[in-house]
Design a binder for this molecule. Structure first.
Ligand SMILES: [Zn+2]
Length: 320
């Protein structure tokens, strides 16, 4: 059975209606969807100008940019699976030439990230089939959710087991009792030499206690993950292929319903005030240690913004 594309529709308050989705934002976007026949849900994430701006602030080797691009798309795709008000953070630590990567996403779609590089990074051609072992090495990937409304914190961790970031996250979901999920990930440059990345996440919740209690047949899940696995990097990174069209291409035989998309923005949460507060927490000796040429210079690892503070300004902040 094939559903016509015109049946793509939006549900608001349980009401289905046809909308002109061509007017929706198509880039730097989170596109939520549901597969009609099985009730599985997911999100398609497309990062364009926001990712190009983030990666453009750091002079990273090409292979690291590809991995960080995938990592940011993955973080956005996973963050929006959760209902939270606060910050979702994805972090890796390993013994390879990229000892740490961090990406965080706020509930309103503000994303930022960075990768540390120490030592020699292999070329993309050498590393592309094994980005995890060749760049990150042995270590772990962890997520945390910090809620802005409470001191509550959710976290999870998995070892860096697998060749690709998708492998690592699939291992995490295999261990997780909460829900099963599959991802397709890609990052690279477009024809105009701009960075792009994409993630499609499909999930299903266990029947017992799962939201909606949708029971998923094992064959349906296998079929869905196979269809998701058929998404090519070229398709995922095509700036002219809107997310809804891509989802239709993959899942039209089972029917796809798309919901109102949400924007993703390149926004860093650092500020002069936050940096000054961090410095004001130091004692006088500690401040003297970090003063160089009459000022303390601090650079935000995420957005690379550099700010400088004189000891007088820091002392004023301490007494304030
Ligand atoms: Zn910053």
């Amino acid at each position: 059975m094939t559903f016509p594309k015109s049946e793509i529709s939006i549900t608001q308050d349980g009401e289905a209606k046809s909308v002109d989705i061509s007017t929706w934002i198509q880039d730097d976007v989170i596109q939520p969807f549901m597969i009609e026949r099985t009730g599985m849900s997911g999100r398609s994430v497309k990062l364009g100008p926001a990712l190009d701006a983030i990666l453009g602030r750091h002079d990273l080797p090409e292979a690291v940019s590809v991995l960080l691009g995938q990592f940011l798309a993955l973080a956005v795709g996973l963050a929006t699976a959760l209902k939270y008000e606060g910050v979702f953070t994805l972090q890796t630590k390993g013994d390879g030439p990229v000892p740490m990567m961090v990406a965080d996403v706020t509930h309103d779609g503000h994303v930022r990230g960075f990768a540390q590089v120490k030592g020699d990074v292999p070329s993309l051609a050498d590393a592309s089939n094994a980005l995890i072992p060749k760049l990150l090495g042995a270590g772990y990937l962890a997520y945390t959710v910090d809620f802005s409304t409470s001191a509550e914190r959710h976290q999870g961790i998995v070892s860096l087991d697998g060749a690709s970031l998708a492998d690592v996250i699939h291992h995490y979901f295999e261990q997780s009792a909460q829900f099963d999920a599959a991802v397709a990930l890609a990052a690279g440059k477009d024809a105009a030499d701009r960075w792009r990345a994409s993630a499609i996440v499909v999930q299903h919740l266990p029947a017992e206690g799962g939201v909606g209690g949708v029971e998923i047949d094992a064959d349906d899940w296998r079929r869905t993950t196979t269809l998701l696995g058929s998404a090519t990097s070229v398709e995922l990174l095509d700036p002219d292929l809107p997310p809804a069209d891509m989802l239709y291409r993959l899942f039209n035989e089972d029917g796809v319903r798309v919901f109102e998309p949400r924007p993703v923005q390149d926004v860093c949460r650092c500020s002069e005030e936050r940096m000054l507060n961090a410095l004001a927490a130091l004692n006088d000796d500690e401040i003297q240690e970090v003063v160089k040429d009459g000022a303390v210079v601090m650079t935000c690892e995420f957005c690379n913004t550099t700010r400088s503070f004189t000891p007088e300004v820091i002392r004023e902040a301490k007494s304030a």
